[in-house]
Design a protein around this ligand. Structure first.
Ligand code: PLP
Length: 421
């Protein structure tokens, strides 16, 4: 473990039992796909810093855009004032998103973007005279955030939030309709609950922090069809999948569905600044227009639509057209499929799956996360397994050689532990 230059005595770390976890690594610089540590080592990043840095680190185009905005107006409140970076970003997102997803509400984190989506969905029914429609249906293996309303729509078995079970609203967990039979069951669930349900929320194609589970476009089509049939709103949480990660700019495109509300964040600024967006379709927004002031959406984070973050998001969107991002994702997908396949031979591996620039090796049973993480760092890669999954979500600009370093490290570590299960 790297020696830390300064003390950890004042810091509270995320998702960490600080009584017995070895200290974290000290990062001092980033460049491209590499993270430099204080002890002089460089790690190839297989996580894109929690799935954000899709263009790699320190991309000059993003740096220039942020530097320019820093000179002009780093921040200004968004109440009573607007600014060009936010207005233009909203219209750019509206133009890129499917259908009439066109009304953009900016926040500063994914969890809050989901909170806003839940508030929009619930208030849509309140404003429409159906105030009993407040519950939310989510799916097994879902993850939608760490705040109270979003914890309530995470799969409780996934474990992070079980301590709060009594403090959370009781929502409804359904199985993904991956087959015709399970579609019938899901449709029945909606028929039974529609009168009390505001919305169904789904992570399209790939469920992230709840276990990196994947489903096909048809499953998504079934969910959308049932929602339409029973007049239940559909929220797509594309915080992880948005901006190319699954192969299209947005995962919903693959199933040609238009959710009523979509949540975006992680790669929105290319991993440089905190920004999130909740985007609603025209009819959702229309339900908030009235002579009644109480019908308005009462939400407004202090730093919403931060101009620096909007500038970074503009630059990030530019890069999706100036550089061949989606072609890079397609190449990464092929390479991941090819080079992670050898993991299948090990008895401690239960599944290997790939979608876009996401490669997952699922292990049988619990794994010693600390040991695995330490071993990956020793091999010169930044790979952070959680639960029983080892995953790679590299920056899209990664070279073939660097990606091979990542996949080799995964195969090697899995093989080293193969005897243990
Ligand atoms: C990360 C994530 C969130 C939460 O975003 P934060 O910025 O960490 O609050 C919500 N939904 C999905 C699908 C995510 O991947």
């Amino acid at each position: 473990m790297a020696a830390l230059d300064s003390t950890l005595d004042s810091i509270w770390l995320p998702y960490t039992q600080m009584a017995n976890t070895p200290p974290p690594q000290m990062a001092v610089a980033t460049q491209g796909v590499r993270i430099s540590l204080a002890d002089g080592r460089e790690l190839i990043d297989g996580t894109s810093s929690w799935w954000t840095a899709c263009h790699g680190y320190n991309h000059p185009h993003i740096r220039e855009a942020v530097s320019h905005q820093l000179e002009v107006m780093p921040h200004v409140m968004f109440g009573g004032l607007v600014h060009e970076p936010a207005l233009r970003l909203a219209s750019r997102l509206a133009a890129l998103l499917p259908g009439d997803l066109e009304r953009v509400f900016f926040t500063d984190s994914g969890s809050v973007a989901v909170e806003v989506a839940l508030k929009m969905a619930r208030q849509y029914w309140i404003n429409g005279g159906q105030p009993k429609r407040q519950r939310i249906i989510h799916f097994r293996h879902s993850y939608h955030g760490d705040t109270f309303a979003t914890m309530a729509i995470c799969d409780p078995e996934e474990g992070m939030h079980t301590r709060f079970a009594d403090a959370m609203p009781k929502e409804i967990m359904a199985e993904l309709p991956t087959t015709e039979t399970s579609h019938a069951a899901f449709d029945q669930c909606l028929a039974l609950h529609a009168h009390e349900v505001a919305a169904v929320i789904i992570e399209p194609l790939v469920q992230g922090a709840g276990g990196m589970k994947m489903h096909d476009a048809q499953t998504l089509t079934r969910v959308a069809a049932s929602c339409a049939r029973h007049n239940v709103l559909l929220i797509a949480d594309e915080i992880m999948t948005g901006f190319g990660r699954t192969g299209r700019l947005f995962a919903c495109e693959e199933a040609e569905i238009t959710p009523d509300i979509i949540c975006l964040s992680k790669a929105l600024t290319g991993g440089t600044l905190a920004l999130a967006a909740t985007v609603a379709r025209r009819h959702i927004f229309a339900a908030f227009l009235s002579d009644d002031p109480a019908a308005a959406l009462m939400h407004g984070p202090t730093f919403m639509a931060n101009p620096l973050a909007c500038a970074a998001a503009h630059a990030s969107l530019d890069l999706f057209t100036q550089e061949p991002r989606l072609a890079q994702v397609a190449a990464i997908e092929l390479q991941l499929k090819d080079e992670l396949a050898p993991c299948r031979q090990f008895t401690n591996v239960s599944d290997v799956r790939v979608k876009g620039a996401i490669g997952v090796v699922e292990m049988r049973g619990e794994i010693n996360l600390t040991a695995y993480r330490t071993r990956f760092a020793e091999l010169g890669v930044w790979v952070r397994p959680f639960g029983n999954v080892i995953y790679l979500m590299p920056p899209f600009i990664i070279s073939q050689e660097d990606l091979r370093m990542l996949t080799n490290a995964v195969v090697r570590v899995v093989s080293e532990y193969a005897g243990d299960n």
